[in-house]
Design a protein around this ligand. Structure first.
Ligand SMILES: [Cu+2]
Length: 279
């Protein structure tokens, strides 16, 4: 947590440094350079903010997409403001596009590669920041013909290095939504179809102490549930819906599962779960 806060601070420092520099020396930077700066900065900020937020908050994908587009666009506008309206537009559009692409990238990448992606994007971002800084410095020196220490890229380079080294081997704490975990767990999933008026399959075999997930899918036209007698286990699904929950049977034996909707059990909605003793 401390490390990710520190990295964010360094990231914002590098970004502000670039933008403040552009404001200070706007007179010496050409229109063309201004456009390149706003476009590059807007897009890379959009991509990095978008990727990170989509990985951290996959459950609010819509919100993070809009917010990343706004942040990318805003930074693009700020970076283009000292130069011209063209640069502002350029920055705005690139930032919006970067935010959109970043969130899609963050969502698409499989959970096991999320940290690799974040590493690549972070290094790409600070690398691009440094190149933009070099561009600014070389343009300013061309016009000004003076080379004070302020125009030397060394201080900026050192901050970039600091970022990279403190980042080295660092893993982001990615929030563990249940969707992220399912690919890693060894849960066996048993699909149970509910209809009028039966469960398919009617017999389920599991082993003692095996963690199992029953998924009840309602293919019928009435609501149904699945309750295992004598245990605290209950699934419920409306027509077309489904429900699932994992459970570990600690005692071997034969369990009866029924639909508790009045009349359904009597009509035949009974299933048996046979729990075999594990060796
Ligand atoms: Cu039922």
């Amino acid at each position: 947590m401390i490390q990710s806060t520190m990295l964010s601070v360094v990231f914002i420092l590098l970004l502000s440094w670039l933008i403040i520099f552009a404001y200070m020396y706007r007179e010496k930077l050409s229109h063309m350079v201004g456009m390149v700066i706003s476009m590059t900065v807007g897009m890379i900020v959009g991509i990095s903010v978008g990727t990170l937020s989509a990985i951290l908050y996959p459950e609010s994908f819509f919100e993070v997409t809009i917010i990343s587009m706004l942040i990318g666009g805003l930074i693009g506008v700020i970076a283009g403001y000292p130069f011209s309206l063209t640069a502002i537009l350029d920055g705005l559009m690139s930032g919006i596009m970067g935010g959109m692409m970043g969130t899609m990238l963050g969502l698409m990448v499989p959970p096991e590669n999320q940290n690799q992606l974040l590493n690549i994007i972070s290094l790409l971002t600070v690398g691009v920041f440094f190149l933009v800084y070099l561009l600014q410095v070389s343009e300013i020196n061309k016009v000004g013909k003076r080379s004070t220490s302020l125009f030397q890229p060394l201080p900026y380079f050192l901050v970039v290095c600091f970022f990279i080294f403190s980042f080295h081997g660092y893993s982001f704490e990615v929030s563990n939504g249940s969707s992220l975990h399912s690919s890693h767990s060894e849960n066996r999933v048993v699909m149970i179809d509910a209809g009028e008026y039966q469960f398919t399959p009617g017999q389920i075999q599991v082993s003692q102490n095996e963690e199992i997930t029953f998924t009840l899918t309602n293919n019928g036209s009435e609501e149904h549930d699945f309750e295992i007698k004598g245990l605290d286990y209950h699934l419920h699904a409306l027509p077309g819906g489904s429900d699932s929950l994992s459970f570990t049977f600690t005692e071997p034996g034969t369990y009866q599962a029924v639909c508790t909707i009045p009349g359904h059990k009597e009509a035949g909605m009974i299933a048996t779960v046979m729990v075999t003793e594990s060796e």
